[in-house]
Design a protein around this ligand. Sequence first.
Ligand SMILES: NC(=O)c1ccc[n+]([C@@H]2O[C@H](COP(=O)([O-])OP(=O)(O)OC[C@H]3O[C@@H](n4cnc5c(N)ncnc54)[C@H](O)[C@@H]3O)[C@@H](O)[C@H]2O)c1
Length: 254
Amino acid sequence: MQIEQSIVAITGAASGLGWATAQYLIGRGVRVALLDRQDDVASKAKTLGALALGLSLDVTDAEAAARTLDAVVAHWGRLDALVNCAGIGGAARTLGRQGPMALEAFNRTVQVNLVGSFNMARLAAERISRHEAGLDGERGVIIHTASIAAFEGQIGQVAYSASKGGVVAMTLPMARDLAGLGIRVMTVAPGIIETPMMQAAGDEVRAPLIAATQFPKRLGMPEEYAALVAHILENRFLNGEVIRIDAGLRMPPR
Ligand SMILES: NC(=O)c1ccc[n+]([C@@H]2O[C@H](COP(=O)([O-])OP(=O)(O)OC[C@H]3O[C@@H](n4cnc5c(N)ncnc54)[C@H](O)[C@@H]3O)[C@@H](O)[C@H]2O)c1
């Protein structure tokens, strides 16, 4: 996809990886719809200038998501790509000192991280499929954000890992479902990136993870994630695959 001139919707765009990606893409001339459940996403988007549109949305709400993506198309004329960054963390063991993990907590994590990602993808695909195809018959791209916790979840990450494992597993079948329409589907699996989600984790969680990276020995920068997203948007031969961006980190049990 020619990313200059394109229109990209980003979920979870009021913070962290989504916010960094919005800034990065706007720097490349992309028109970006920043979608987030945070109410101040519209005013935050305004600080990014005329190439940004901010709309508040809970990605688990099917009707609101359809309405919001229609509003994006009405505003910019079409939709070329979706980047799913909305997600929640949270730690709890299957059986902890307080008893079995609350089923509601497990459900909520899966709802936002997995079902929310699918909800946005299915609705975005419909809107992306409406416009004329470009080079190679390409119409657009859907990029999900999983986590390396999909592969080596730590103690307390059972819900988070299950939700991200679902995102990894749906990547190939979704790419197959949408191939006939010229829509590519990719997933990024970040290691530990310096965002509000990781800042909330505290030094006792961060320090051993930094120690376990191979090179470089630091947290990732949100801009490094954003640059990978931009590359995926541009490189038409990337499809149906998961890319880790983690400095060689393989997370230990704790
Ligand atoms: N930061 C990391 O180290 C890291 C590592 C691996 C994966 N990830 C994943 O990357 C994504 C972004 O994480 P981040 O670090 O930028 O987190 P963040 O907390 O800084 O940002 C997440 C954003 O998602 C929004 N959000 C949450 N639930 C939502 C919902 N239901 N509807 C709409 N918006 C919602 C939040 O309001 C927030 O603005 C998440 O899916 C996370 O699991 C992050």
